[in-house]
Design a protein around this ligand. Structure first.
Ligand SMILES: [Zn+2]
Length: 188
């Protein structure tokens, strides 16, 4: 459990940051903060596992509602989260436009970037030995799991490596962008 908390945040952060890094590269005038989105991605990556709470408190433990249900831990789940992000950001922008003059959040790219974090959750979960219907609705099979031996998955070494790759990666992407922008400004 502890391992998955760490690895989800770390891989969620880097996945979101990669999408923003690519977006910034091709949309120089609409750049978004890699660091801020990296942090958001790290947070969002934890959300699918909140179904553990529903499971425990509300006893939603039928096949489709149990932990790692198809609504939170599948391709279908990623789609649902994407729709939810689109809706939330769009609503936020509407409120911003009405009540403040703060800048709006580009809702399409932001929702895609955050969904990448949810997708990374599925990939990280596939490492652990726990049945997950990852490819639902395209397949209802549960054999897509347990890619990493449990003694490795639950080791300190794995947690530390996740943090270095995930959060270290976000900082490196941020620095690469800064360096590249510095060069562009200089050459102008
Ligand atoms: Zn999970």
């Amino acid at each position: 459990m502890l391992t998955s908390l760490h690895s989800h945040s770390a891989f969620g952060a880097i996945s979101t940051a990669i999408v923003i890094f690519i977006w910034n590269r091709y949309n120089q005038d609409k750049r978004l903060s890699i660091l801020v989105f990296g942090l958001l991605g790290g947070f969002v990556a934890r959300i699918p596992d909140w179904d553990l709470f529903l499971n425990k408190e509300l006893h939603w433990d039928s096949t489709n509602m149990a932990h790692r249900s198809v609504y939170t831990h599948s391709i279908f789940g990623v789609f649902l989260f994407w729709i939810a992000f689109l809706f939330l950001i769009y609503t936020y922008n509407l409120l911003i436009r009405k009540y403040s003059d703060r800048e709006k959040i580009p809702w399409k790219i932001s929702s895609v970037a955050l969904s990448a974090s949810i997708l990374s959750h599925l990939v990280t979960d596939a490492m652990e030995d726990y049945p997950t219907r990852t490819f639902y609705p395209f397949s209802n099979q549960t054999e897509f799991y347990g890619f990493i031996p449990m003694e490795v998955y639950h080791s300190q070494y794995f947690i530390v490596s996740s943090w270095i790759i995930g959060f270290g990666g976000v900082v490196i992407l941020h620095l690469i962008e800064k360096y590249r922008l510095g060069k562009v400004t200089k050459s102008n």
